[in-house]
Design a binder for this molecule. Structure first.
Ligand code: ADP
Ligand code: MG
Length: 324
């Protein structure tokens, strides 16, 4: 009798414990100078917690590798030495820089990691900007063609003495893609990972789409657009992320490589596509290109769509989105 009871109750007990721990597991932390958010669905407490933790560990790993503010980062060491001699870097950094150069070519130079040759002189927190003399003397250092990559040796050489690079326009997207790959390898099927303006979704929100908002560039608490999305990524670049105002002018963190000054044609750009890395770079590139050239770029890039809020606060949709 007791044996039979156990047989009957055992599966019942199992299914009860299964449904009790099936839940959304979440975490939020400040890493890479931005807000990192992760949400995963798991039917196992341990896996759920391990998964959110693994995402944060990956974000911190990339921060230590690519931050220009950490003197020991691979990026800082590269900037320190690559104008004197070719510097050997990790495969990961080499490939992200190589991809960045490809994207410079695809975007007529709008996306250019050598923007930092001038960009490093801005300190948005301290409200500091370079003088006009500094900008004009360093402007020629902004040019991705100064970067000489040797894929055999995995080295990078700066062919101009004043070049600096910064991966702020692509590293967060890369981190989000890596985080999603880690979650997938752990068997997670429903997740959201956000790093600042870069979000990627794994699956849906269990039978429902994820509702992802694009904020109003001038009102942090208002949404300009809300999109139902699943299994895709979305990145937004905005002139409100890092900026200060002086003499009625907004000095913000997205610079036109041609002028060395902030780009003013639009207030925000959101890109929807499968790769968070590409969305991140494209949102920055389209921001610099402006409405007409930016939309032309998106309309000839299969799989990538965009929404622009221009400087008159008017919304523009790329062709595929406008037709929906
Ligand atoms: P965030 O999510 O921080 O708003 P964005 O995708 O909007 O990032 O990119 C802005 C960042 O990109 C800047 O903080 C800077 O590091 C970098 N950046 C600025 N201008 C350019 C440019 N023309 N090309 C490549 N990167 C840029
Ligand atoms: Mg970007």
């Amino acid at each position: 009798m007791s044996l039979q009871l156990r047989l009957v109750f055992y599966p019942l007990f199992l299914s009860l414990s299964f449904s009790l721990s099936a839940a959304w597991y979440q975490d939020k932390q400040g890493i890479m100078g931005t807000n990192i958010q992760v949400e995963v669905w798991s039917d196992d407490v341990q896996l759920g917690q391990q998964a959110t933790q693994a995402v944060m560990v990956e974000m911190e790993r990339i921060n230590q590798l690519m931050s220009p503010y950490i003197a020991s980062s691979e990026l800082s060491i590269l900037n320190e030495n690559a104008a004197q001699r070719p510097v050997k870097v990790s495969k990961e950094l080499f490939e992200l820089i190589a991809l960045s150069i490809e994207l410079s070519k695809e975007t007529q130079g709008a996306f250019d990691i050598t923007f930092a040759s001038v960009g490093y002189l801005y300190d948005y927190r301290q409200q500091h900007k370079p003088s006009e003399e500094q900008v004009s003397s360093l402007l020629e250092a902004i040019n991705f063609r100064h970067l000489l990559l040797d894929s055999q040796q995995q080295t990078i050489f700066y062919q101009h003495p004043k070049v600096k690079i910064d991966l702020g326009g692509i590293a967060k997207g890369h981190a989000v893609d890596n985080a999603i790959a880690i979650l997938q390898a752990m068997g997670i099927q429903h997740a959201l990972v956000t790093a600042g303006g870069d979000t990627r979704l794994l699956g849906d929100r269990r039978g429902k789409p994820w509702m992802v908002g694009i904020r109003d560039p001038r009102h942090a608490d208002k949404q300009a657009v809300i999109l139902p999305l699943a299994d895709i990524a979305l990145s937004t670049s905005g002139d409100y992320e890092r900026y200060f105002e002086q003499d009625g002018q907004r000095y913000h963190h997205i610079l036109s490589p041609k002028s060395g000054h902030s780009s003013y044609e639009v207030q925000s750009v959101s890109i929807i596509g499968p790769s968070s890395t590409l969305n991140d770079a494209l949102s920055t590139a389209v921001f610099v290109l402006g409405v007409q050239q930016g939309m032309d770029l998106l309309n000839r890039t299969p799989g990538y769509d965009g929404i622009i809020v221009d400087n008159q606060r008017k919304l523009h949709y790329s062709e595929d989105l406008a037709q929906r």
